[in-house]
Design a protein around this ligand. Structure first.
Ligand SMILES: Cc1ncc(COP(=O)(O)O)c(C=O)c1O
Length: 376
């Protein structure tokens, strides 16, 4: 049996979603904006999904904008909303953000914005500022996709409020892996992608505290309160709602998963003393381990594991086939000998002790083979 351990990349479909989808394929299908009864039926179900999603995420229904996923939410807020707003043209962010945020900031820089970066420490934690300067927007992710390190985002939200800075929190990796409540966290913007939580790709949510101030990036026929045009991806939204309902069941399993993960990491460290768990000293997502075995390329380990039907990923960017230390790890001051040697193991909340012990056994075997090949 193969083990899929790339849940931070994309999750597998949840069984509940699969079952829902199979019966849903019998219909009805129709345009939710049509005035006939099929359209009405679909629109009613769609609006019920909005209410359910809002409840599960701690938001009001009108604060839920369905879209194609996190990258679209980021683009809408940065490119359509912030780029055109009458603000001080200053953005505060960190160097550990996902490339969607990093590239949005670069684009705004070309439009005349100044982008300031918060410092990251060697554990991957971003330092909360103490200054009283306000920004046009601040973007600090809740949990990092590579390391799984969880930021003090609620603390940062307090700082943002004290400086009148709207806070965009990339919650793509956090939602579904720890408890989350939009209102209680006091965020201005949050995002999710359905394919990260066991539903279908091409669907997601942008949560907005004050949607009346938001500008659309996709124009259409008035859908999503005229904030996101285009005929609604209603089946995607229905599946997303089913997956979100399932996440509540997952939440009960997080503490057990954390224990299994710890045991797994301890097994690896005992067998491979030079192994490093990135961000080990701080709070991380219960499903994520970023492991570095200096002296062995992350890609080589990934390929070895794949030959044993275990699917992990590296967190390295590749250029000209030369594995490089990722920007996130560089910002943590991690040197190439460690940064090029990472593999990310990110599992589902149902991952068992057996799954973890198969992964650790495979890593230990692969290490024995690969350590004979030295890298420069
Ligand atoms: C932290 C984070 N933000 C944003 C994204 C972008 O999500 P999507 O590709 O679904 O738009 C991802 C996806 O990997 C992510 O991990």
């Amino acid at each position: 049996m193969s083990i899929y351990a790339d849940y931070n990349g994309t999750s597998q479909l949840k069984d509940s979603v699969k079952e829902y989808l199979i019966q849903r394929l019998d219909g009805p299908f129709g345009n939710p904006n049509a005035i006939h009864s099929i359209g009405n039926q679909i629109k009613d179900a769609y609006e019920k999904c909005r209410v359910h999603c809002a409840q599960m995420l701690g938001a009001e229904p009108h604060q839920v904008i369905f879209n194609s996923g996190s990258s679209e939410g980021i683009s809408q807020v940065f490119y359509s909303h912030i780029a055109r707003s009458n603000c001080n043209k200053r953005i505060l962010t960190s160097k550990i953000e996902h490339s969607a945020i990093r590239n949005a900031c670069k684009t705004l820089e070309k439009l005349g914005f100044q982008v300031d970066h918060l410092e990251t420490d060697s554990n991957g934690k971003v330092k909360i500022p103490t200054s009283k300067e306000g920004y046009c927007i601040a973007a600090l992710m809740a949990a990092n996709n590579e390391t799984g390190v969880i930021q003090d985002y609620e603390e940062f939200a307090k700082w943002c409020e004290s400086t009148n800075t709207p806070y965009f929190c990339d919650t793509t990796q956090l939602i579904g892996k720890t408890k989350f409540n939009f209102k209680e966290s006091n965020l201005d913007f949050a995002i999710l992608s359905a394919h990260k939580i066991g539903a279908l790709g091409g669907c997601g949510i942008l949560l907005v505290k004050k949607p009346e101030k938001l500008k659309p990036i996709i124009f259409g026929g008035g859908q999503e309160y005229s904030l996101r045009g285009g005929t609604q991806n209603y089946i995607g939204v229905e599946c997303l709602t089913v997956a979100l309902q399932d996440i509540l069941k997952c939440e009960k399993k997080f503490s057990d998963l954390e224990i299994r993960k710890q045991k797994f990491e301890n097994t690896i460290k005992a067998a491979i003393p030079e192994a490093i768990i990135i961000g080990e000293a701080v709070k991380r997502l219960p499903n994520t381990t970023l492991l570095s075995v200096p002296g062995i390329h992350g890609q080589a380990l990934q390929i070895e594991l794949e030959s044993r039907d275990i699917f992990v990923t590296t967190s390295s960017a590749c250029s000209d086939n030369e594995p490089e230390t990722s920007a996130v790890l560089k910002s943590m001051g991690i040197k190439d000998d460690v940064g090029r040697s990472v593999v990310r193991i990110s599992v589902d909340c149902d991952a068992t002790e057996k799954d973890y012990s198969e992964i650790s056994a495979a890593i230990i075997k692969a290490h024995k083979t690969l350590k004979k090949i030295k890298i420069s």
